[in-house]
Design a protein around this ligand. Sequence first.
Ligand code: FE
Ligand code: FE
Ligand code: FE
Length: 179
Amino acid sequence: MKKQDSKSNSAPIEESGLMNLFKDELKDIYWAEKHLAKALPKMAKGATSEELRSSIEQHLTETENQISRLEQVFELLGVKAAGKKCEAMEGLVEEGKTMLEETEDGSMTRDAAIISSAQKIEHYEIASYGTLKTLANTLGMSEAASLLEQTLNEEKNTDVKLTQIAEGFVNESAGAEKE
Ligand code: FE
Ligand code: FE
Ligand code: FE
């Protein structure tokens, strides 16, 4: 890697490759969150336990907030909020739909499937917001970094909560169900 030891040959930060990467990643997660907001009600509706259903509904409210936070980040950048198709989220949501179809309505196996798919989604979001927060800090955008960190923490908490639900009762009850 070439060492950059002079400021004269470095691009202004607004035009840097890293800034472009930051904007692209922002558009990706903006599309992903909006896509997810449309899918979450179906996941909640498909849940067997009240606990899982209400957790997903609560995360839908958080997701709507996260979309507003992203719009604030776009505003800080002085660019119009716009999404760019996230193929990963499209695939994760698609896989979640298939898992719903392949498990019996009213079963705890259904809940175990929803939790599995929801956690894969949360992990994608955790990776995305972790990267975005780091990029924002590197680019000297501390206000954006703090907005992205708030969302990162919500995604992490959601993941922990899903694990607690699975370990609390879902997996054990599902284990007693017939195929
Ligand atoms: Fe999210
Ligand atoms: Fe993506
Ligand atoms: Fe999430």
